[in-house]
Design a protein around this ligand. Sequence first.
Ligand code: NDP
Length: 335
Amino acid sequence: IFKGYIDGIPKETDMEVKVAGSSRTAKERPKGALLVKNLYLSCDPYMRGRMRQFHDSYIPPFVPGSVIEGFGVSRVVHSDNPNFKTGDIVTGMTGWEEYSLIQEPQRLRKIQQDDDIPHSYYVGLLGMPGFTAYAGFYEVCAPNKGDCVFVSAASGAVGQLVGQLAKLHGCYVVGSAGTDQKVELVKNKFGFDEAFNYKEEPDLDAALKRYFPQGIDIYFDNVGGAMLDAALGNMRVHGRIAICGMVSEQNLFKPQGIHNLFHLISKRVTMRGFLQSDYLHLFPRFLEDVISYYKQGKIVYIEDMSQGLESAPAALAGLYSGKNVGKQVVCVACD
Ligand code: NDP
């Protein structure tokens, strides 16, 4: 349950777990609804935006006292809808609860069962974060073979795939992450050319100059703030910056200032914000491509799986201090 609107960094205590049964009988279910058992829930940084009462975001705030909603993977346990049957595995918006009544099943997608692909990947590699990486990299960054690519939050749900797609495209790729363990993963598991722990770099500008002596062609920005400023100062002529997320700023009442915007002019850099939802026409191609890369062993994906619904508040709060190593998922009822 979402307790109420917050300031600052989300805490575990901003949410609470309640035991409650459904008061509805089967006969009272709305026509066409689905009853689902939730298997996996996704923790995503955008959820912080829904904990704020007044904002001009692209998604409405959570309702205090109500069940939190988010992306999930669920099994249909009862269907009054001809398009779904009991046992189907579906993905889409669901509640942070053991069972959810889905009143708009048209917003769910059926998952093709495939023994080689874990169901939880449908909120990560093959869900919204993976698609963000795919659409952002190919459509916003306009990559060329040989480009020098920088990715922040490189070990996370989005970042780990951006870097691997960039490597497959023939780019030189460097990632930043917040612990040595993550840096190790970025280099040795995801195959980036280089990675560094930004928390141990006293001067981000100097760090970027070290890894990109000739400058950056593409910056895939997951964090905003000081890292964006440093990247702006190191862009190459005609570079591209994809503004994907601002996780370093979204808890701040007053965002930090950016000083290096002049480089957009002198280097003729394109900086573009994007929402994955603007590219949904590419979703079928994304699934086909990424499933194929995965099955050929060309990409890997790391999840951070917390166990049990009661672990969800801490798992969500952990995103904002970098506790998650890889895509943060909550297993409610692992299959
Ligand atoms: P991650 O799995 O990368 O988790 C968040 C990570 O952000 C943390 O692990 C941490 O990594 C880093 N972080 C947390 N606080 C800070 C901080 N103050 N400064 C710098 N880094 C911080 O999340 P996702 O991959 O799911 O999301 C990455 C970004 O993409 C987010 O900004 C998100 O909002 C955005 N996004 C945008 C979408 C779009 O359509 N535009 C869609 C989906 C996501 P570390 O330890 O390395 O610091």
